[in-house]
Design a protein around this ligand. Structure first.
Ligand code: ADP
Ligand code: ZN
Length: 624
């Protein structure tokens, strides 16, 4: 590291704070810390242990990168994700930090060279895979090196109850035992109480403070729409709102992934498939392409995304319902890490609830597992059906009290759904399910309600029932919404044994007797979900695409992006490692004329200025 920043551990706090700020600025080109970062950096730089809970994109990396630079010795970062290690190290090297990786992708000689650098004190940061760290050889080497700190990234991987359990993480308790005087910082974006306790226990952090940042992602706009023709809706959504943007589309099955990717390509959207059925090479190729190129959409099963650090994913779209709010939040959290406006969009329908429920019922899990899973699914359906602010609901689920009851940046805040008394509708619907023997799914029940004489209606004699044709005041789409809401409220239940047959629950009786109020959201007869272009609470315009609302000229942005792609390709690093989108926007807006002005733009540190400063100024000048 060329910047003289090693500070003795007993440094006074104010000294640390100003040192930290100056490194943040000179190395990373950033003007200020985000809220929790400063305190964490100070604590760890002072030699303290801690647990850091921060949402994806919250800025966890700086919490250990800066103390590693500020303390004597090398910071050891344990990370389970090889792609992430590689990209982080590439970014650090770009910024002039002496960083390296130690994992199974290195040859013997390459690894030996890294080890020699560590022992010679020639590294600021070393990223190590957990299984590698635990080898006797590696531990013995660490004994001999000067270590600034241990950072355990994705620390929830120690949790046997979590969704990302990695057996090798269990062994990491050795760090506390063998290096008791080296600060340990554990980081995760998964916040539930059980996981938190396991991390503290396994990594011996009982005496250490937990820093919990807000899980709010204010730049992400949440939107959940009524699923009709999901693929067509997705194509519209991309064309109208995110043309040319990078995004992730999640589907439940491999077949649907393939199909959706093909449909997008046909519609002119560059899309790649990613699922466990593709061979490892092709998966890696698609992932690299997505990370390195601008504006690629990846269509994936949930296998994709863990460890994807791409900052400029502008949208995450769900064509199927995830399993839980935790999963939804983790997946949508991959949008907008760079803090720019991004969209979390989901199309969902009754069949999703039925499908997820069936998957749970048919799984080999214990009764407890099934009960917990169904509870989680119901919480997510509640989020999808709420007429209130989605963000408040999400944050509330994670135990956080949001600053305001209405966020101003979700579909429900931007165009509040009307609620109306749905008692009669609910009664008609429940009676219809009851009178037909609770053996049919929504489609058939709707046929009966609206009085449509289908083959099945005739076959079962349902046209002779009193409920036949009693629901002509709503059309099919409105009835579908009513069914969904009654399932979400819990008066109806999808029976997984009988292919989605809808059954009444205990609470339905109160509705039928007229004792229980039912409020339903109004669904206009012909409404299609209209995108909102309203001002968000931050005062900026909701995005049409990545560049909407920016003052920089599109032409200059295009020139800078082309230049960035070339540089990235030449250097073999992802484009965002060269410059973030926000930095490109900053240049296009401010049009700097001098190196000094360029250095003021967030994302331009000393090394980037040295490497690219002249070229960038020349591009700005040439663009007039
Ligand atoms: P996490 O690991 O928590 O998901 P990262 O550490 O990758 O998040 O940071 C997410 C994004 O936020 C990165 O693009 C990073 O450059 C940016 N970032 C982090 N801290 C700051 C800051 N203080 N100012 C501006 N940008 C920041
Ligand atoms: Zn809201």
């Amino acid at each position: 590291m060329s910047v003289p920043i090693a500070a003795p551990a007993q440094h006074r706090q104010s000294g640390i704070a100003s040192n930290a700020l100056s490194v943040l600025n000179s190395v990373f080109g950033l003007p200020a810390f985000r809220r929790a970062q400063e305190e964490i950096v100070r604590h760890v730089t002072n030699g303290g242990n801690c647990l850091v809970l921060m949402p994806t994109g919250g800025g966890k990396s700086l919490c250990y990168q800066l103390p590693s630079l500020l303390r004597q010795g090398c910071g050891i970062v344990v990370s389970p994700l090889i792609a992430l290690m590689r990209d982080q190290v590439a970014g650090l090297i770009e910024a002039g930090v002496k960083a390296a990786v130690l994992n199974s992708t290195l040859s013997f000689n390459e690894a030996a060279a890294v080890e020699a650098r560590l022992l010679a004190g020639d590294l600021d940061l070393l990223y190590v895979a957990p299984e590698r760290l635990l080898t006797p050889r590696c531990l013995a080497m660490l004994d001999r090196a000067q270590i600034a700190l241990f950072a355990i990234d994705e620390a929830h991987c120690v949790s046997q109850w979590g969704h990302d359990f990695r057996p090798e993480y269990i062994g990491l308790s050795v760090i506390a035992e063998r290096f008791p005087n080296v600060p340990r910082i554990a980081l995760t974006a998964t916040a539930d109480e059980l996981t938190r306790r396991e991390i503290i226990d396994r990594l011996h952090l009982a005496a250490a403070p937990s820093f919990v940042a807000s899980f709010d992602r204010p730049n992400i706009k949440y939107e959940i729409v009524d699923k009709q023709n999901a693929q067509a809706q997705l194509k519209n959504f991309i064309a109208e709102r995110h043309a040319g943007d990078a995004g992730i589309v999640y589907c439940l099955s491999r077949a649907k992934v393939e199909d959706t990717a093909a449909a997008l390509n046909k519609a002119g959207v560059p899309a790649l498939a990613y699922h466990a059925g593709l061979d490892a090479n092709m998966r890696a190729r698609h992932q690299d392409h997505f990370i390195n190129e601008d504006g690629v959409v990846i269509v994936a099963t949930i296998a994709f995304g863990m460890g994807i650090d791409k900052p400029d994913v502008r949208f995450v779209a769900h064509l199927d319902l995830p399993k839980s709010i935790e999963a939804y939040y983790q997946e949508t959290g991959r949008a907008g890490r760079d803090g720019k406006p991004s969209t979390a969009w989901m199309a969902y329908g009754l069949s999703d609830i039925v499908q997820q429920r069936r998957m749970i019922e048919e799984s080999s899990g214990s009764e407890t597992f099934k009960r917990v899973s169904i509870g989680k699914l119901e919480a997510l359906v509640g989020l999808a059906e709420t007429a209130n602010c989605r963000r408040s609901r999400l944050l509330g689920y994670f135990g956080e009290t949001p600053a305001a009851a209405k966020c101003g940046n979700c579909d429900n805040c931007l165009s509040p759904p009307q609620l109306r008394d749905g008692k009669v509708i609910a009664q008609k619907l429940l009676s219809c399910a009851y009178r037909t023997g609770q053996r049919f799914g929504a489609m058939h029940l709707i046929d009966v309600l609206v009085g449509r004489m289908t083959e099945r209606v005739r076959q079962f004699g349902h046209h002779k029932l009193s409920v036949f044709g009693i629901g002509s005041e709503l059309n099919e789409k409105q009835w579908r919404a009513a069914f969904r809401q009654l399932v979400a409220i819990g008066h109806l239940q999808a029976d997984s044994d009988a292919f989605g047959a809808l059954k009444l629950t205990e609470t339905a009786r109160g509705v039928l007797k007229g004792e229980t109020e039912v409020m339903l959201r109004e669904v206009a007869a012909g409404s299609r979900h209209r995108p909102n272009r309203t001002k968000s609470r931050r005062g900026d315009i909701a995005p049409r695409s990545a560049d909407a609302g920016e003052a920089g000229s599109p032409a200059l942005i295009g020139i800078l992006r082309t230049w960035r792609s070339e540089v990235a390709r030449k250097r073999g690093v992802p484009a965002y490692v060269v410059l973030h989108d926000s930095t490109i926007d900053g240049i296009a807006t401010l049009r700097p004329k001098t190196l000094g002005q360029l250095r003021e733009i967030p994302g331009i540190g000393d090394k980037k200025l040295e490497h690219y400063g002249d070229e960038l100024l020349a591009l700005v000048t040439a663009a007039g």
